[in-house]
Design a protein around this ligand. Sequence first.
Ligand SMILES: Nc1nc(=O)c2c([nH]1)NC[C@@H]1CN(c3ccc(C(=O)N[C@@H](CCC(=O)O)C(=O)O)cc3)C=[N+]21
Length: 297
Amino acid sequence: MTIGKLIDGKAFAATLRDKVGEGVAGFVEATGRKPGLAVVLVGEDPASSVYVRSKGKMTVAAGMESFEFKRPDSIGEEDLLDLIEELNHDDRVDGILVQLPLPGHIDEAAVIGAIDPAKDVDGFHVVNSGKLATGQEALVPCTPLGCIMLLKDELGDLSGLEAVVVGRSNIVGKPMAALLLAESCTVTIAHSRTRDLASVVHRADIVVAAVGRAEMVKGEWIKPGATVIDVGINRVTDTEDGKARIVGDVATAEALAHVRAITPVPGGVGPMTIAVLLRNTLVAAHARAGLGKPEGL
Ligand SMILES: Nc1nc(=O)c2c([nH]1)NC[C@@H]1CN(c3ccc(C(=O)N[C@@H](CCC(=O)O)C(=O)O)cc3)C=[N+]21
């Protein structure tokens, strides 16, 4: 039996962060200031806190300014909207990221809608999702854009390929489908109500799994030679040793016998998300400074 390869997202992300760092140096030279990223974290979720800390460190390592705003779970929607308004008007801030999910009493759509679309480095504002859907220049959600970068690196031109996205979230599934369509793939969005998911997935040259269910996509579902991008990050307790680990939405070990290539979890898509966030912040800074698009990103 042949074995497919693991796509090293961690290494690709490190290279991308280095390129962003070079772009940042050019930006500083041209403008006399650093690009700035503001991250807003509401509540104390330990996993979210870890990601926010890691984002802050990598932002600074790329030569950018990092601003962190921590607010208690009890914050009212109005106060959060006021903070965003303040960041919208702060010239040192090129990118605003509000860590999701937000507490239940806060309307996420209202908060995202309050972000200046020019600073929306997550690409979640309807102005940016609408631009993406209609093929206009936009800030594009980090995780799906990172997936496209890995796919193009592995496969080159994606045009004409059959792509199945499993999951229909606004954060991953829908923008992922829009990006694959823009690359001229034939795109199917499958989800929890899809009948005979196994045979839908079996059609795909490209599978993007973003359902948030541990190892739900089985190895035998994968068409021989397909490329699989696993977006899932699921915390599970190992049945054998009782230890906590992180697994994706794909049964990776099984899938390896079928795929051409697959992203591991961890070390696949996750690190790309943060690298693209830095890339988007530099893109936003360039646009806001009237410098056009940064080169080579
Ligand atoms: N507005 C908003 N934008 C986000 O981009 C956003 C968010 N909210 N809320 C939370 C999720 C989660 N997220 C991750 C980023 C990096 C890794 C990452 O680097 N993971 C590593 C390490 C995994 C680990 O060990 O925990 C890996 O997969 O190899 C994971 C998850 C961004 N998120």
